[in-house]
Design a protein around this ligand. Sequence first.
Ligand SMILES: Cc1cc2nc3c(=O)[nH]c(=O)nc-3n(C[C@H](O)[C@H](O)[C@H](O)COP(=O)(O)O)c2cc1C
Length: 154
Amino acid sequence: MKILIAYVSFSGVTKKVALRLKDMLNADEEEIVPLSVYTSKDLDWNDKYSRSSIEMNDDKSRPGFHPLKLNPLDYDIIFIGYPIWWYVEPRLIDSFLDYYDLKGKIIIPFATSGGSGIAGSLTHLRNLYPSLNIKEGLLLNDHIDENKIRALMR
Ligand SMILES: Cc1cc2nc3c(=O)[nH]c(=O)nc-3n(C[C@H](O)[C@H](O)[C@H](O)COP(=O)(O)O)c2cc1C
């Protein structure tokens, strides 16, 4: 089974987890890079007019990203990593899932957060993409339980 770890990370926390998963699972990894990089101002959740606030207030927002160098369609299992934003996935993840048709793939979300769980994002993703096989995700704020991860891959 070929495994890809695709992720977004705005301050490096999710990226660190993605790189550990890559080593653990002997997977390929690539960051989903936004066309326009998010500044710290863009990430200010206290400002309701910041870019992240505006995007997250609009369920239809789909910020652009650079297509990956790797082709996700070449993989059987795709881990999708992101920070929790306002209890769900950043819209950039929805842009990614709109762009690539991952029907038939095993999709395993993972997230980091300041404390919120991953459940809100799973509900949101499954509503948006009912035809995708989206497994129970994992919040990986602390340690990575390899057994749990391998169980999701089956
Ligand atoms: C715009 C924005 C919204 C956020 N919303 C939440 C949230 O709802 N719950 C939470 O626990 N953390 C929230 N966070 C914190 C991030 O999920 C957390 O810092 C994450 O580990 C950052 O990962 P990254 O460095 O890979 O971007 C938010 C951060 C930002 C920038």
